[in-house]
Write a protein that binds this ligand. Structure first.
Ligand SMILES: Cc1cc2nc3c(=O)[nH]c(=O)nc-3n(C[C@H](O)[C@H](O)[C@H](O)COP(=O)(O)OP(=O)(O)OC[C@H]3O[C@@H](n4cnc5c(N)ncnc54)[C@H](O)[C@@H]3O)c2cc1C
Length: 426
């Protein structure tokens, strides 16, 4: 059986962060990086806007400010991003603070989906030069932690250290793995909300601040803003047995592509379930399936103009003189979001919308579209046995799937933290 010093599962930013750090500090390590997809580097493929300011992307359960900043600096030193300029921040900030809204001033870079693909090619080529073995199209199916063996769709492989970083799409796999390996876990939060799409002139702040991060009351926030050449997309979740459902998301191409004049961003509410103990993941998946039921298998879209009048949207809500732009995710079903979003979430999001419209007047134009659901799922939170995200001797979990991050830079940082742990243990 082949043996590696370190096997890394998932080529997203968390896995890459671990691999580069290990090879830089100890080039003699024999490292295997695998991904179930044929072409991957996980979430770097999507839009690739990166946030370099605490606490964006860092869950407070795993990080404090000092630690987050320490790792963020290392991520920035490695990635050397081109930080985008911002303008008029104080004007928006003062306007926001008057109504109890907070605007975070975040250092950001944006490569776009095409720029992200270019970065991936460079990173993978660099990793191969450094001696890492990269196996694409190979999926981890399980492990025997007592024998230190990983099972994949192709073979069995022995390891000294195993890093599992399967991202959010791998949350069900991680959940199953925790049960198989006997890793203790706690329920995790879920983020539930809508993706908003509007004309750039109705959300003109994006000309001053690419991805403005607003924090509203009731744990509600704006998230992942895309503009210039922006599109709403859908991701499939679920399985044959319990049924598939879709979460919407958004991305943009780089400035090289022609602009379409549209902006999209999410408004999300964080939901934490406590007593009686229930699974946030199951709850969120039921909401996803409910939306798919009412949407005839697709996400639902509704014009703000219809929503305000308490009316569902129809196909002809998306044409005509007032509703003057076509949805970029046209496969969604025109409908009524309030039939499938829980009232408490709906109220928090609608309240956030009104506050946002006060800070950036125009965003609630009748033509603005809300797409539902946008759901961010994380595996249940593992009980880590050390500060380096180790869950069992020699087994580490990193990245978004394990709930140690919620974005590219924090995922990379979590990978670095794992690498530090592996190096310390040698
Ligand atoms: C459409 C979209 C747009 C986004 N835009 C941004 C953005 O602009 N900025 C930002 O900061 N974040 C963005 N995100 C979130 C970002 O992608 C994630 O926060 C980040 O990629 C998490 O990194 P990760 O390494 O934990 O997981 P991922 O990047 O998801 O990588 C996990 C990898 O593991 C692989 N994998 C899963 N299971 C297995 C298995 N069993 N065996 C082998 N391989 C497996 C997957 O194929 C995947 O390649 C976006 C996400 C989406 C979906």
């Amino acid at each position: 059986m082949e043996r590696y010093d370190v096997i890394i599962v998932g080529t997203g930013p968390a896995g890459l962060g671990t691999a580069f750090e290990l090879l830089e500090k100890k080039p003699s390590l024999k490292i295997l990086l695998m991904d179930k997809l044929q072409t991957s580097s996980g979430g770097l493929r999507n839009d690739c806007k990166m946030n370099f300011t605490w606490p964006i992307g860092f869950p407070f359960e795993c990080w404090d400010e000092k630690l987050g900043n320490f790792y963020l600096e290392r991520v920035e030193t490695f990635l050397k991003p081109r930080i985008m300029e911002k303008r008029n921040i104080n004007i928006y900030r003062q306007r926001a603070e008057k109504i109890g809204v907070y605007l975070l001033d975040v250092r950001q870079s944006h490569l776009g989906t095409d720029g992200g693909l270019e970065l991936i090619h460079q990173l993978i080529a660099r990793l191969s030069e450094l001696g890492a073995e990269i196996s694409l199209g190979e999926e981890m199916s399980g492990a025997d932690a007592s024998k230190k063996v990983v099972f994949t769709t192709m073979r069995e492989i022995a390891y000294n250290s195993l890093v599992v970083a399967p991202g959010r799409s791998g949350f069900a796999f991680l959940q199953r793995l925790m049960e198989e390996l006997g890793v203790q876990y706690r329920d995790n939060v879920v983020d539930i909300g809508v993706r908003v799409e509007t004309r750039e002139e109705h959300y003109s702040i994006v000309r001053d601040y690419y991805d403005p991060k607003f924090l509203f009351p009731k744990k509600t926030r704006t998230f992942c803003t895309n503009s210039r050449s922006a599109h709403v997309v859908q991701e499939r979740y679920g399985d044959e047995q319990e049924g598939f459902w879709y979460s919407v998301n958004g991305h943009a191409w780089s400035e090289q592509r022609a602009a379409n004049g549209l902006v999209n961003f999410a408004i999300l509410k964080t939901v934490t379930l406590t007593q009686p103990l229930a699974s946030g993941q199951k709850y969120a998946q039921m909401l996803g399936r409910l939306a798919a039921l009412l949407g005839g298998g697709s996400p639902i879209m509704q014009r703000i103009g219809d929503f305000r009048l308490g009316k569902r949207s129809f196909a002809d809500s998306f044409s005509g003189d007032l509703y003057d732009f076509q949805p970029t995710l046209a496969s969604c079903t025109p409908g009524d979001i309030s039939l499938c979003m829980p009232a408490k979430t709906m109220r928090a999001i609608w309240n956030a919308f009104k506050l946002l419209d006060t800070v950036v007047p125009g965003v609630m134009h009748p033509s603005t579209i809300m797409y539902y659901p946008e759901i961010k799922l994380y595996a249940n939170r593992p009980a880590f046995i050390d500060d380096h995200f180790q869950v069992l001797p020699g087994v580490y979990f990193a990245g978004d799937g394990a709930g140690t991050s919620r974005g590219i830079t924090a995922a990379w940082a979590s990978g670095l933290r794992v690498a530090d742990g592996i190096l310390e243990s040698q």
